[in-house]
Design a protein around this ligand. Structure first.
Ligand SMILES: CC(C)(COP(=O)(O)OP(=O)(O)OC[C@H]1O[C@@H](n2cnc3c(N)ncnc32)[C@H](O)[C@@H]1OP(=O)(O)O)[C@@H](O)C(=O)NCCC(=O)NCCSC(=O)C[C@](C)(O)C(=O)O
Ligand SMILES: [Mg+2]
Length: 358
């Protein structure tokens, strides 16, 4: 909750006639947030075919869209939103940063034109709660003017050192806060990290096996470490504390599908609900990685069945299961149910699982 607003005011609209804020952020599937540049005719032409393959389509207006194309991207997004039936797929946008000359027109154009279709607005380079407060109030004014019936949610990108230092207050700055994504490229630059990649690891960031005193000349094994572990873990805790959702972010080496899958899976295991896809071939990877495996769901359902009223301890395959491991299993089972509701192929796989009676 924001320190500057009292508890009773936190869920009141910030403009007369604006829709009431949500008291809970819906857990809608968002395994892949697929980025496209609405000013790129080839990408825009692919949107209708992508709709049924992805949980979130995001019209990107910020970095990766050339300055000369900013207007075309904004207008292209309006056109695409008006012309496309998105079904259960969400429509998000990434607006330009708050210190840019484009962001005001982004918001004042998009909300009246397509606010009823926009689920979430992603705000880049968020530094602190004050950035969210600015967007929050402006959105309320625009929503009131446009007679919108539900609030547009806000997602922040964590891509400055100050943003990371303030991540807890950012998550709690507004009832609109839906989630946070890692922005590894801007964050690396802002922190003066010595990396040049968009996400992923670095071969120099490693730990090395101790020397063997009996074989001092023997090759010592090295293990590459995850550069993003600290930031992702911090982001996950801040999001969980505020009931909002953490996401990995971009993996820029489009050709390296193996390392992309590994980075996505690390984020999934640490608590993230999804990631970005920058290229159509990353959608399948994200959908697969951010859906619990059939084996995990089979195990989770076994534990749920064996734990009866959910208290006490039992042995399954030589392992202790108790109230806490049951809660871990329920996280998986609930996620599987949410995903099955929108993904018939996944539903068929989960439905085919047989739970043995213990
Ligand atoms: C990487 C690029 C240049 C390779 O684009 P390409 O055309 O060279 O690739 P391709 O393999 O030849 O593409 C095959 C076909 O797929 C199309 N295509 C390709 N990508 C897409 C797409 N996303 N959506 C829809 N269609 C797509 C492409 O147009 C082409 O169509 P065609 O068969 O008709 O010729 C291209 O994929 C791209 O521009 N992707 C989006 C990049 C982007 O949004 N970047 C910003 C997010 S990351 C970021 O901002 C950092 C962050 C968080 O801020 C921070 O860490 O700080
Ligand atoms: Mg960035």
């Amino acid at each position: 909750m924001s320190g500057s607003r009292s508890a009773k005011d936190f869920f009141r609209p910030l403009a007369v006639g604006a829709p009431s804020p949500l008291t809970e952020i819906p857990a809608r599937p968002s395994r892949a947030i697929h980025f496209f540049d609405p000013s790129n005719p080839k990408m825009a032409a692919k949107v209708p075919d992508l709709v049924s393959t992805v949980d979130v389509l995001l019209g990107n207006l910020e970095d990766a869209v050339k300055a000369d194309n900013k207007l075309a991207a904004r207008e292209g997004l309006v056109q695409i939103a008006q012309d496309t039936d998105f079904g259960p797929t969400q429509l998000w946008t990434r607006i330009n940063s708050l210190d840019s000359p484009w962001v005001l027109d982004d918001l004042t154009t998009l909300v009246p034109a397509i606010g009823h279709k926009l689920d979430v607005i992603m705000v880049p380079k968020v530094q602190g709660a004050e950035d969210i407060h600015y967007v929050d109030r402006l959105l309320a004014q625009l929503e009131a003017k446009a007679d919108l019936e539900r609030p547009i949610l806000v997602h922040a990108i964590l891509e400055t050192a100050r943003g990371v230092a303030n991540v807890e207050e950012i998550c709690g700055a507004s009832p609109r806060m839906q989630g946070i994504s890692l922005g590894p490229a801007d964050l690396a630059a802002d922190r003066r990290m010595k990396t040049t990649r968009v996400g992923g690891g670095h071969p120099g960031y490693l730990v090395r096996q101790d020397p063997n005193p009996d074989q001092p000349a023997a090759v010592r094994q090295t293990y590459q470490q995850d550069l993003w572990h600290y930031t992702i873990a911090r982001m996950v805790d801040a999001c969980a504390m505020h009931g909002i959702y953490p996401y990995y972010g971009p993996f820029g080496d489009i050709a390296d599908v193996t390392a992309c899958e590994d980075q996505f899976r690390n984020a999934f295991l640490l608590g993230c609900v999804g990631t970005w896809s920058l290229h159509p071939k990353q959608i399948e990877i994200a959908n697969r990685v951010f859906s619990p495996s059939v084996e995990d769901i089979a195990h989770a359902r076994r534990v749920v069945a064996a734990m009866g009223d959910g208290t006490g301890a039992v042995m399954l395959d030589g392992k202790m299961e108790d109230d806490a491991s049951l809660k871990q299993c329920l996280v998986m089972v609930e996620l599987a149910e949410q995903l099955a509701a929108i993904d018939p192929a996944l539903k068929a796989q989960y439905d085919a699982i047989e739970v043995p009676s213990e």
